[in-house]
Design a protein around this ligand. Structure first.
Ligand code: ADP
Ligand code: TRP
Length: 319
């Protein structure tokens, strides 16, 4: 069983990304074969500055390594280090009906948010299909918003197989329904588009300010409170032990326990989990050559995996 995930380097990773995506990936790496790549070609649809893209690409690699990605167990590579994906994207493009891409929500959403209507943004699902098919992935863990792109991938694999013979496996999306939607500082879903995120590694002062600023109702300190649905409590559940969570719930219900107390507990629980990750990240960041070695080693494995697939594909299409 091979799992493949792509992460766009288009913003700083936040608590929602960690608990909604990264953590389940680290659990998966204990089973089966895992591939994770940093989708820097994809990020070019929205990032227009070379230095920014390079730094964001490095930051994603550092964040994943610091939080638990083991490069011995997960093949981590930069998308651009496997240029064959661009080649495969072209072959798939030649089979892609315009209407299929015109129906994609993510393109329409981005347009609605004022992004330029470029060909890259429009053709993005074809490149994504190439990322997946070139690595023969069985399972692709993604957020709900990417479900349609997986349908496009399966559709293109099928069209290719119909035209040229059985070359591609049809991958499945893996969308864990059990992953809760992590609330942001304003109570809505935490998302970089809503400017309500708490980043994994922003400086401690700024994290404190954001945690202390989480929006709550105005129930007075003395009054009993309902823990379920309260953002601080919901966030605390992610970081704390079962006993700690039960203790906080009881304190909410009893009254005499304010949201300020709960925020302090949340901040402590964040530091307990993330301070070791932060220390590891600082160590890794001091040694850019070793980071590059990890990425190059990943690229080598990824290209070795892509090579036989591309050989079959070139043969089949008549090159
Ligand atoms: P953003 O909404 O900040 O742009 P992305 O769409 O890039 O985040 O999400 C990357 C991954 O992180 C996806 O798998 C997504 O499901 C997960 N994720 C992001 N925000 C949350 C959240 N608030 N709750 C749960 N999962 C999230
Ligand atoms: N489109 C994905 C996102 O925005 C990133 C991505 C690109 C991806 N290629 C992929 C995810 C292949 C899984 C598999 O989150």
């Amino acid at each position: 069983m091979r799992t493949l995930t792509g992460i766009q380097p288009s913003g700083k990773l936040h608590w929602g990304n960690y608990f909604g995506a990264m953590k389940s990936m680290f659990d998966l790496q204990e089973k089966g074969e895992n591939f994770m790549f940093i989708a820097n070609f994809h990020a070019m649809t929205t990032v227009r500055d070379g230095a920014t893209l390079r730094a964001a690409t490095r930051d994603v690699a550092l964040d994943y390594l610091a939080c638990g990605l083991d490069p011995e167990k997960t093949v981590m590579y930069r998308q651009s280090d496997v240029p064959e994906v661009q080649e495969l994207a072209w072959y798939l493009s030649c089979l892609t009906p315009m209407g299929l891409l015109e129906r994609c929500h993510s393109y329409k959403d981005k347009m609605a948010h004022g992004f330029d209507a470029t060909h890259g943004l429009f053709a993005y699902p074809v490149l994504m299909a190439a990322d997946i098919l070139i690595m023969n992935a069985d399972l692709v863990p993604v957020g709900k918003d990417q479900k349609q792109h997986l349908e496009v991938t399966r559709d293109l694999a099928q069209k290719f197989n119909n035209a040229y013979g059985e070359i591609f496996k049809l991958p499945d999306a893996y969308i864990p329904e059990t992953v809760a939607t992590i609330p942001g500082t304003d109570g809505q879903k935490m998302s970089k588009s809503y400017h309500n995120t708490i980043e994994l590694f922003e400086d401690a002062k700024s994290i404190k300010k954001k945690v202390m600023g989480i929006v709550t109702d105005s129930t007075p300190m003395e009054s009993p409170k309902v823990p379920e649905g309260n953002s601080i409590y919901e966030l605390y559940k992610l970081f704390a032990t079962k006993e700690e969570v039960e203790a906080m719930a009881a304190a909410y219900r009893a009254g005499g326990y304010g949201y300020g107390h709960a925020k302090k507990a949340l901040l402590e629980a964040y530091h307990r989990l993330f301070d070791p990750f932060r220390a590891k990240r600082e160590e890794l960041a001091k040694d850019p050559a070793s980071l590059e070695d990890i990425l190059q080693a990943g690229a080598k494995k990824a290209r070795a995996s892509a090579a036989p697939v591309m050989e079959k594909v070139r043969e089949a299409v008549g090159l």
